[in-house]
Design a protein around this ligand. Structure first.
Ligand code: COA
Length: 209
């Protein structure tokens, strides 16, 4: 029987996850919860209110959740609240994603359509691998990181905890992107990026703050 699941977050990433769940027959989404509920219904699912709805869902047998928040700190905090209540946070991979047999994903990871996880790739807990991103052999993505749509990480790239690699960005093989760094859309990262840095352009340089 399909596992009942609640989606925490009814924004853009929540909508992407709602569509992902249509392709995963093992899960039966019961609805969204959101700090600011956008309305009674979204994409054919109920919006059940804010997190005050969660205990009732647990009591009704919903024991599984997905955190659909793009912001890494908000995602971490929400995951901690959900786990403290007893919700499980499974990894969700779109069926069109390609995962090598030796690629591993941790709990709460979301992999969107047509992403590719190559040989010996590691994706840490609660990370997002967005639509069409390519993670080549030996790439290591830290917890809570977000690899944007169409980003290309060649062999051996390391992405630190909570870093964001913007849409369409690419990297030289084996570079390290530090924790909480932000790589702008379309950047070409040719050297290691320090923790917390914001880089963009081709080649990537520090962005004006
Ligand atoms: C890098 C980024 C976070 C900067 O956003 P921001 O903090 O709001 O910064 P601003 O838009 O105010 O831009 C600041 C400066 O950086 C420049 N800049 C922003 N993004 C840039 C990029 N990708 N490449 C080159 N320059 C960039 C801006 O032109 C601006 O320069 P200026 O001050 O000389 O005019 C954002 O542009 C970005 O690329 N986000 C990634 C989004 C993404 O792909 N998410 C995936 C989820 S689906």
């Amino acid at each position: 029987m399909a596992e009942k699941l609640v989606i925490l977050g009814a924004g853009g990433h929540g909508r992407a996850i709602r569509e992902l769940l249509r392709e995963l027959p093992g899960f039966a989404p019961v609805g969204f919860v959101d700090a600011r509920p956008p309305g009674p219904e979204m994409l054919g699912l109920k919006v059940l209110g804010d997190e005050a709805a969660l205990p009732g869902l647990l009591a009704a047998g919903v024991r599984t959740a997905v955190v659909a928040l793009g912001d890494a700190a908000a995602r971490a905090a929400a995951a901690a609240r959900l786990q403290a209540m007893g919700f499980a946070l499974p990894a969700l991979l779109h069926p069109s994603a390609i995962r090598a047999a030796s690629a591993a994903v941790e709990e709460g990871v979301v992999v969107l359509p047509r992403a590719v996880l190559g040989a010996a790739v590691r994706v840490g807990r609660l990370a997002i691998v967005n639509t069409g991103a390519i993670l080549e052999h030996d790439v290591a993505v830290g917890p809570l990181a977000h690899i944007g749509p169409g980003a290309v990480l060649p062999g051996g790239v390391r992405v630190g905890e909570g870093a964001l690699v913007g849409a369409g960005a690419c990297c030289r093989p084996y570079v390290t992107i530090g924790a909480r760094a932000v790589i702008g859309v379309g950047a070409a990262v040719v050297a290691d990026v320090p923790e917390g840095a914001a880089m963009g352009g081709v080649p990537a340089r520090p962005l004006p703050s």
